[in-house]
Ligand binder design. Sequence first.
Ligand code: NIG
Ligand code: FE
Length: 418
Amino acid sequence: NKPLYIQKAAQLVTLQGSSDAPLRKEEMEQLQIIEDGSVWIEDGLIQSVDTDAEIQKRYASRLNEAEIVNARGKLVTPGLVDPHTHIVFAGSRESEFELRLKGATYMEIMNAGGGIHSTTSATRNASHEQLYEESWKRLDQFLRHGVTTVEAKSGYGLSMEHEIKQLEVAQQLNRDHTIDIVSTFMGAHAVPADYKERPDDFVDEVIQKMLPEVARRELAEFNDVFCERGVFTPDQSRRILEAGKKWGLLPKIHADEIEPYRGAELAAEVGAVSADHLLRASDVGIQAMADQGVVAVLLPGTAFFLMAEMANGRKMVDTGVPVALSTDCNPGSSPTVSLPFIMNLGCLKMGMTPAEVLTATTINAAHAIRRGHEIGSLEKGKKADLVIFDVPNYMGLQYSYGSNHTQTVIKNGRVVYR
Ligand code: NIG
Ligand code: FE
């Protein structure tokens, strides 16, 4: 295999020195940019990141061996990482979108048997092959937007059989598709209709049956729960997250999305890797997350699509919470694959800067799924996942908003899209 030589980017965003812990506060603006920067790649890994002059010197005897990708005038960044998606599902929910535009709320639709329940029916009825194909298309679209790794949650099965089916589809997609997938079990995404009158029995089912089986089959690394009034209470959520820890599944939580519900506090208490959404998180909860180093995964596409007030990203960064951003790609509250658009919202609706949102979708996103040592920055020894954007500097990604500037995507040292 030929070496790959990414040559002379106008700006090469390296984020070097960030592999051990997510970046916080002012660190989130320190992109460690190299002008006229080049990258030498071999065996799928980054070998050297430096100015082009240095790379030319260092590899002088081997320049004619390499496949050269010209990045002059462009921005090069680490491959984008999406740390929160629900991409394995069947069907779509356009009619609920129209109902919401006419005044119905997300929770009203869910409580009337729609919402997550309607996608659960469609997903239960779909075969493994059908789910695989529908999800494959979404992964292709993610790749075209510069995303090289995604997290994917189950939670549209809500029974042993169908949760396992969803996780097996994600596992097979991880093997077959260019994008890497990190799996999360989310059996506690909603209380299924047949348990409506006895939700604690469903919690027991998740704890006693599903978690052990998912762990035994090594189908997930994380365990997530939708902690929200009318879905799972903080007590039920704590039980589920603590039980997962015993099986080696690290906790994540959908917290304080619709109402303040002490979700951020619970995340800190159980030592969650991340707490996600946080639109209505309390100041005490935000401080507790900062103290415990819980990553805030903010999902401004969801607030946008639900026409709700955004999470206070600015305040979280200033408080010292490590912040990541994600699409939340799902058929109900955020049907998008455009992580670049999410970055636009981070700037324009959450008060974050262009440098902060880039940190939030690369190294901090990698830390939110425990991949900070492998991806998320451009450093010797890391996976060679990179994106060339057709903008002259990192601010251009946000300034010229709403379009897809992705020009070339490199995954594991190979050009996979251009
Ligand atoms: O992250 N909040 C809960 N779960 C998803 C939405 C799932 C759905 O509506 O299908 C979310 O927003
Ligand atoms: Fe979600």
